[in-house]
Design a protein around this ligand. Structure first.
Ligand code: RB5
Length: 148
């Protein structure tokens, strides 16, 4: 699975830990930046290119990190085809994929510890959308909002 990762300065430190962790798990990882710690950078500049790459099927899933994870999720969800959520617990990390076909996991680099973040990432990436009719029906209602 090809994975994208992006972070602003608030998520930079966590991104630099999650990126090699993903590689150690065997994933093909594309880093959308930031590539240096710059307290003046802005999360949309990294999260939106990641989101567009997922929307265009260049990559399958993404990890977006800012200080809280809030701005990253707000920005990502502006892109049609993106289903992003700020995740802080194990259940939501996998159920968000199973039921809601989540394609971007957002994390708060100033909120979630490194080990917890690694477990959330693994739970998210190991999960698969069930494709059950009720979930497809609900996602279709969400998709209609994108195209109207
Ligand atoms: C940047 O200081 C911070 O606002 C950002 O990383 C994020 O937490 C926004 O939601």
């Amino acid at each position: 699975m090809k994975i994208g990762i992006a972070a602003d300065h608030g998520g930079f430190e966590l991104k630099e830990i999650i990126h090699p962790f993903l590689i150690s798990l065997g994933y093909d990882v594309k880093d959308f930046g930031a590539f240096t710690m710059d307290k003046g950078d802005d999360y949309p500049d990294f999260v939106v290119p990641l989101s567009r790459a997922i929307a265009s099927n260049e990559i399958e899933r993404g990890i977006a990190i800012c200080g809280s994870g809030v701005g990253a999720s707000v920005a990502a969800n502006k892109i049609i085809g993106i289903r992003a959520a700020l995740i802080n617990d194990h259940f939501s990390a996998h159920q968000g994929v199973e039921d809601d076909n989540l394609n971007i996991l957002c994390l708060g680099g100033r909120v979630t510890g490194f080990m917890t973040a690694q477990e959330l990432v693994q739970s998210f990436l190991n999960a698969r959308f069930t494709g059950e009719e009720r979930h497809l029906r609900r996602l279709e209602k969400v998709h209609q909002l994108e195209i109207k």
